[in-house]
Ligand binder design. Structure first.
Ligand code: SAH
Ligand code: SF4
Length: 373
């Protein structure tokens, strides 16, 4: 499923593809770089801003490309640590991008560090039973240009908040691909987007500060391990046995732990970096002492970091997080064995983990409005 806009998003072009299109028109070789400079370094918001380009070239660009394929519908700024941007794509699909002003390592609250959580699909096909993003299934894949556009929208929002940030290229510290969608199910667009985000002619953002989170698409994890850019990897494990994992994550039937664990090992060996195992704690589902011990063994075996996230309730779904004492007891089982473990308690992460909920709410309101009008 794809959305084919009349004009291609400029944010989906690499220096190579843009240079090619422009060379076909007989443009000088340095022009493509100039255009991308306007987009990423000078943050031009309209074609007319690109003052050092000939007018004829600007009109041609305008006829070929959309400058910004995602428009801002809502910026929900919360006084504590997050901003949620609700963005609308060319076909009116809604997606969410979250700015978390808190560290990802769980140590204290330092609002100066910013992590951006981006989406890769409209909805999700994986059907994890606890997740808001997957409730209505997959609507469509996002294009590379739409994925990149989220970060530019974040830059625009941040430039407005702190004009000084403009001097920096990207005014944030980490990118996590943990928003709506399964990133590895939209592999080519994901890699193209991350290449643009990473490139010196793009956002110039270091690959080691980008984490891709997956529910466990084994063949794609192995493919990702072979990518030249060394992105970080997080696995949504959420169950330490096949029995528990299959109950909440249907993907575990196709790729059970006996396949997933060796794939993660391959990734760690190729990149020499710790993988993160994400484990949301859901009361009476995966929070037993037995699950804690099995998770401990998997983490020790893979030399992986474990991120425990108390479940964030989703309206309409029955799941709940365990009491704080239960969360701590679970964490201690891992800690005592020397596993590197964090237990998330900051509000910001709750909001990010629930990425997909704001969109769901707006979609529902929109449907109600359309039905009643
Ligand atoms: N599809 C990818 C990335 C997006 S989901 C994946 O599953 O990894 C990002 C993370 O949020 C995943 O670990 C997911 O399991 C978790 N998550 C989803 N719904 C949640 C909720 N209600 N509370 C806490 N974490 C949730
Ligand atoms: Fe999709 Fe990830 Fe949600 Fe599962 S947890 S439904 S893979 S977005």
């Amino acid at each position: 499923m794809r959305f084919e806009p009349a004009r291609r998003p400029l944010t989906g072009e690499t220096l190579e593809t843009l240079s090619l299109s422009m060379a076909e028109r007989g443009e000088k070789p340095f022009r493509a770089r100039q255009v991308l400079d306007w987009v990423y370094k000078k943050r031009a918001r309209s074609w007319d801003d690109m003052t050092n380009l000939p007018k004829a070239l600007r009109s041609w660009l305008e006829g070929e490309f959309t400058l910004m394929p995602a428009s801002l519908v809502l910026n929900r700024h919360s006084a504590d640590v997050t901003d949620k941007l609700l963005l609308e794509l060319g076909d009116r699909s809604l997606i969410e991008t979250v700015i978390i002003r808190a560290p990802q390592d769980g140590v204290g609250l330092d609002h100066s560090r910013k992590t951006i959580c981006i989406s890769t699909q409209v909805g999700c096909a994986m059907g994890c039973v606890f997740c808001a993003s997957g409730l209505a299934g997959l609507k469509r894949d996002m294009s590379a240009g739409e994925i990149v556009a989220q970060l530019l929208q974040v830059c625009y929002a941040e430039d407005k908040r702190t004009p000084r940030a403009r001097a920096e290229l990207a005014s944030f510290d980490n990118i996590v691909v943990m928003g709506m969608g399964e990133p590895l199910a939209n592999y080519d667009a994901l890699i193209r987007a991350l290449t643009i985000i990473n490139a010196e002619w793009g956002l110039g953002f270091g690959a080691r500060r980008i984490t891709v989170s997956t529910s466990g698409l084994v063949p794609k994890i192995i493919r990702l391990a072979g990518e030249p850019l060394g992105f970080r990897l997080a696995i949504s494990l959420h169950g330490a046995t096949d029995e528990v994992r299959t109950r909440i994550m249907p993907i575990n039937k196709a790729y059970p732990l006996a396949k997933l664990i060796p794939a993660v090992r391959t990734f760690t060996e190729r990149h020499g970096r710790m993988v993160t195992l994400e484990f949301i704690l859901i009361a009476d589902v995966n929070d037993s002492p037995d699950q804690a011990r099995r998770l401990r063994d998997i983490a020790l075996d893979l030399h992986a970091h474990v991120n425990l996230i108390p479940y964030n309730s989703v309206p309409g779904l029955p799941w709940k997080r365990p009491a704080p004492s239960g969360q701590l007891a679970f964490a201690r089982v891992l800690e005592r064995a020397g596993v590197s473990v964090t237990l998330r308690r900051e509000k910001g992460h709750d909001i990010a983990a629930a990425c997909g909920q704001l969109r769901l709410k707006t979609e529902r309101e929109r449907e109600t409005a359309e039905v009643s009008s």
